[in-house]
Design a protein around this ligand. Structure first.
Ligand code: ARG
Length: 257
């Protein structure tokens, strides 16, 4: 009986040790290639970059991710999760890469490794009637932004803002503006342009609050994957694939200049 318990204990600690080591390192590009598919996580609620068309995950970043993976000789297994779960799951090796319009920031770069950027854009100020246009106009105003986003982080730094309300999805922050619950919404210029095309009521685009470079994220220090991804991205950018996708979703070439 005693021996059994000791054995059981040994087994449990072996499993625990294994689980710990397997969690400690991300899949290298060779391991991913041996498997044939890369696991990419995105949000799926951020048109035109990543969103659902019915039950189909699509958007500029989804098609771009597929194209980059194809250059690497890989298929993609897509996962969609809430925005604030994406980088945490990467750190736990639940997926190989995240593409969800993450701006490169110093803070994030402490926790994950960024690839080369796939577009340059920035956060713009949106109000119902155009009266809140500049950063100075935000003084005394209630502003909506997505939880965990650079929009939220940057608008919090604007002096005099009355309140910043955060919403799990960017589309909820937009709805808060259109429904009159807030005075302004901060989001990506192309997200706003796209929203204005389909549903312009109660939305006028103002100035940029800040600009940013958007990249994919991989597990910190997964350098073989980073190098292979960057090479494939450069090829997709050189052979016309990127330009076609960018014009399809964003009506212009949005690569960083
Ligand atoms: N560009 C912003 C950031 O870096 C927002 C990204 C939001 N992405 C999304 N899939 N909702 O935080």
């Amino acid at each position: 009986m005693k021996r059994l318990t000791t054995l059981k204990l040994l087994a449990v600690s072996c499993i625990a040790a294994f689980a710990f080591t397997s969690n400690a390192s991300a899949r290298t590009v060779d391991e991913i290639k041996a498997d044939g598919k890369i696991i990419i996580a995105t949000e799926g609620a951020y048109p035109p970059f990543n969103y659902f068309q019915g039950s189909k995950l699509t958007g500029f970043e989804v098609e771009l991710g597929d194209a980059v993976a194809k250059k690497m000789g890989l298929k993609v297994e897509w996962k969609s999760l809430s925005f604030d779960a994406l980088l945490a799951g990467l750190r736990q090796d639940r997926w190989d890469l995240v593409i969800a319009s993450f701006g490169i920031t110093e803070e994030r770069a402490k926790a994950v490794t960024f690839t080369q950027p796939h577009y340059c854009s920035g956060g713009v100020i949106v109000s119902r009637d155009g009266s809140v246009k500049t950063a100075a106009d935000l003084a005394g105003k209630v502003v909506a932004a997505q939880t965990g986003s650079t929009y939220f982080e940057n608008v919090k730094k604007v002096p005099g803002v009355k309140e910043v309300k955060n919403y799990p999805q960017d589309t909820d922050a937009r709805a808060a503006l259109q429904n009159g619950r807030v005075d302004a919404w901060i989001s990506d210029r192309f997200v706003v342009k796209t929203a204005l095309e389909s549903n312009p009521a109660g939305m006028k685009m103002g100035d940029f609050l800040f600009v940013e470079r958007i990249a994919s994220a991989i597990k910190k220090g997964n350098n073989t994957l980073g190098a292979a991804y960057d090479k494939a991205l450069a090829e997709v950018m050189a052979d016309g694939t990127y330009k076609a996708l960018s014009e399809k979703y964003l009506k212009e070439d949005v690569r960083c200049k």
